[in-house]
Design a protein around this ligand. Sequence first.
Ligand code: SF4
Ligand code: SF4
Length: 338
Amino acid sequence: MRRRKFLRLKLREASFISRALLSSRHPVLAHLIPMRRCNLACGYCNEYDHSSSPVALDIIKPRIEKLAALGTSIVTISGGEPMMHPQLDEIIHYIRLRGMIAGLISNGYYFTPERIKRLNRAGLEYLQISIDNVYPDEVSRKSLRVLDKKLRYLSEHADFHLNINPVIGGGIKNPNDALTVASRAVELGFSTTVGVIHDNDGTLKPLSEKEKEIFQQVKKLGNKDHARLNWFQDSIAEGKPYNWRCRAGARYLYICEDGLVHWCSQQRGYPGIPLKDYTMEDFDREYNTEKWCAPTCTLQCVHQVGILDNWRDPQKTPAQMAQERKEKEAVGEMVQVE
Ligand code: SF4
Ligand code: SF4
């Protein structure tokens, strides 16, 4: 990444963090899904199909506009495999035009020098690739041996920040692979984090002793800032619940291919409100609602967003929220009668 662009991105990051600390009433990060289809079929994944069509640009643009209107800081395009979307560059460019930081999560298969240069021109700022193992197997083909050439292309041509995320857990056979992948990422000049992944039903399996040992070694290789933001992973690796406030549905939004807002990729279905109809009332309700799945949640990005507000605004359970709403409605009715 060119130094000037890097410094500009750092300034933009500092500005969105200060803004998020000053006010809790806008989304910090939205994951936008323009493509559910994927070229792979990872054994732990519940986020893909092999048949759906890409969502058309003129349907996606109003979603991006609504995210901008809500004050969203970062929009990360995810999938499925978003690189299969024929208008990905236009989507990225539109996110930038609306003043938001543009990120992308990909399995890495489609990167060629020409494609990388097009992403540079579109204005991509962040890319994350998860690499699961060194050699492909029946669980995952996101493998260093397959992707190494793509990583070299990226190190030569990308004018955006690249993070490589090796993963541990979720049926990945050889935990040592995470160390090999992280070392290669550092060698190529990329940042690296480590993901403790959920099973395909979204639940957490505690790591084995070997996995825990590798997990700590990979963490040491990675970005110290990321390690500081990912304290929760130490508890999760031990199989212990972690106490935090998940702000999904508010500070973090997951927008599926049908344009509905969900808590996250693992809790699709709720609130399930179309983004175009999403109001600050919905935002406030979800911001204040305690999520039953938080103690064992492994989703790094939602945890990181949660840190911004962990120190303020304690949450209530859905039952407490419903009770409060009822009481408010009753008071409202009484006032109207009076
Ligand atoms: S993890 Fe990513 S690459 Fe693998 S099947 Fe799911 S969406 Fe596709
Ligand atoms: S706690 Fe995790 S799984 Fe539950 S809604 Fe939040 S991000 Fe999703």
